[in-house]
Design a binder for this molecule. Structure first.
Ligand SMILES: Nc1ncnc2c1ncn2[C@@H]1O[C@H](COP(=O)(O)OP(=O)(O)O)[C@@H](O)[C@H]1O
Ligand SMILES: O=C(CO)[C@@H](O)[C@H](O)COP(=O)(O)O
Length: 494
């Protein structure tokens, strides 16, 4: 049976799975770290891809490959295919004032009207995460760099381009053909200059919005491929990663759409992802236009819409708690589970990196309700877990307010492995929680897409392969309203 590879070039690392195209069975996997920081030279992603591929035993036997990745990051390329400056990532908040400027400009000075206009045009009210705001920041803060921009790509677009053999002439076999850049609807929908529903539902770039941000629109944007359309073939000599020359390359996806594909999500399913970002997402038939900004109306990787509420503060909140308490992940979970729900009034508002939903880019975190009785390691650990999840419970409410049915809630991402997170999730979300087997669901989604591309090469009408998702456990709901009540009382005091 042919093998396929799926890649997740995420915020913290590159993960690769190799799966059997027919059954989805996991054959091999590998991972490699990315450096910390909110601006990173994309060459680090390329290096990590090579390391992860080697850790996965090489990729010279795969028949197709696809890349999922962190969304929104600005990869600005010059005419020679060189990266102009370090990529500004989704969690870099320096473009928050640019987002406000663009909102007001589209609303002719009226912020409310501008917010709704962006939501109508692209599905999202602008926040610093979205690519278009980073382009405006570049125009204003680094005009010399802005004038050099010949193409704008996202992290997964750029890595896909490199795997196909393109890049600067001195470091790639095929050279800087910018017109060979490809992307997909899901990631394009997070740029702020793509309308996933425009042009009769097919999706279209909004070059007028790109021009508004950058001051010009004579730049190459990646060609948007269909869900199972091949973007070419892998080049045999990529980064020592030993990808078989000739392996079909899939369109790839934004990481959240990748996870939805990996989980086989359908309307009624909710995914709560606890990676660097916290994401509550749902697949829907049509995209929303939430002028409040609570929900991003993106596209998924199959032709549907993907609604998301995204926070900047998830797994790293627990990393911070581990640093404070000097414990590992197992001990942090044990400590948190040893304190009562509500941590006897100790409440963390977890805006450790500012926040995106709600839009508070300059906020800092705050610990409320400290008393002698709750000044213990156990209470502190629990407050960090509860605070992180309360932000996402607000996101789930926002999805419900948009009429999204909540039938099954799945917990994924690095921090979902924590027993304390799983327990507190049943209390804070107040619904049964399905915990799929620990895995890399973004990379799995990319692998499933690669298998789909392979099948579609033989039969253009082929559907995505029917791979099963292994459920590890389903936990009963255990609603503890006190946790969210305490949080709601202090959330706005930051
Ligand atoms: N058992 C665990 N408990 C808490 N946090 C965990 C656990 N395992 C991994 N993590 C955290 O999950 C994060 C990585 O998750 P991941 O979903 O790969 O992130 P990303 O996709 O943003 O790169 C790290 O911050 C790591 O410390
Ligand atoms: O900004 C978003 C989605 O809008 C984030 O979900 C990023 O896509 C990063 O994801 P992780 O690397 O944290 O999984």
């Amino acid at each position: 049976m042919p093998l396929v590879a799926g890649v997740d070039t995420s915020t913290q690392s590159c993960k690769i799975v190799v799966r059997d195209a027919a059954t989805g069975a996991l054959v091999r996997s590998g991972a490699a770290k990315h450096p910390d920081g909110t601006e990173i030279h994309p060459d680090h992603w390329w290096t990590a891809f090579g390391e992860a591929a080697r850790a996965a035993g090489g990729l010279d036997d795969v028949a197709a490959i696809a890349v999922g990745g962190q969304q929104h990051g600005l990869v600005a390329l010059d005419a020679e295919g060189r990266v102009i400056r370090d990529a500004l990532l989704w969690n870099d908040t320096r473009s928050a004032p640019a987002a406000e400027d663009l909102i007001r400009e589209l609303g002719d000075g009226d912020r409310t009207a501008g917010a709704q206009a962006w939501a109508d045009a692209t599905g999202s009210v602008l926040v610093a995460s979205l690519t278009v705001t980073k382009l405006r920041w570049l125009r204003d803060a680094e005009p010399e760099n802005a004038t050099r921009v010949a193409a704008v790509a996202l992290p997964h677009d750029w890595l896909t381009w490199r795997i196909a053999g393109y890049g600067p002439a001195d470091s790639s076999p095929l050279g800087p053909d910018l017109d060979a850049l490809v992307t997909d609807r899901s990631d394009a929908s997070g740029t702020g200059y793509y309308d996933a529903q425009g042009a009769d539902g097919a999706g279209e770039y909004r070059r007028d919005l790109l021009r508004l941000a950058l001051g010009r629109d004579d730049v190459v944007l990646p060609r948007v491929l269909g869900p199972a359309e091949s973007g070419g073939t892998a080049h045999p000599s990529v980064a020592g990663a030993e990808v078989d020359g000739g392996a079909l390359i899939g369109p790839g996806a934004g990481d959240n759409a990748g996870a939805a594909l990996g989980l086989g999500m359908e309307p009624g399913d909710i995914a709560i992802s606890l990676g660097t970002s916290g994401v509550v997402s749902a697949v829907a038939p049509t995209r929303t236009a939430d002028g409040s900004g609570a929900i991003n109306g993106f596209a998924d990787a199959t032709g549907n819409a993907l609604m998301l509420a995204v926070t900047l503060n998830a797994a790293r909140v627990l990393d911070a708690a581990r640093t404070l308490l000097d414990v590992d992940v197992v001990e942090l979970a044990r400590l948190a589970q040893a304190a009562p729900p509500g941590a006897d009034g100790l409440v963390l508002v977890p805006y450790l990196e500012g926040e995106r939903t709600p839009n508070r880019p300059d906020a800092t975190g705050t610990l409320h309700g400290i008393r002698l009785a709750n000044s213990t390691r156990e209470h502190l650990a629990r407050a960090y877990v509860e605070g992180m999840l309360c932000g996402l419970a607000d996101g789930l409410d926002a999805l419900r307010a948009q009429g999204v049915p909540v039938e099954r809630v799945m917990l994924i991402g690095g921090a979902a492995r924590s027993a304390a997170v799983q327990e507190v999730a049943t209390q804070v979300f107040g619904v049964p929680i399905t915990v799929p087997e620990p895995g890399e669901y973004v990379a799995d989604g990319a692998a499933r897409q690669a298998a789909w591309v392979l099948a579609a090469a033989g039969d253009p009408a082929a559907d995505a392969p029917d791979w099963a998702t292994a459920v590890d456990s389903t936990l009963d709901a255990d609603p503890r309203p006190v946790v969210r009540e305490q949080y709601a009382a202090v959330r706005d005091l930051v």
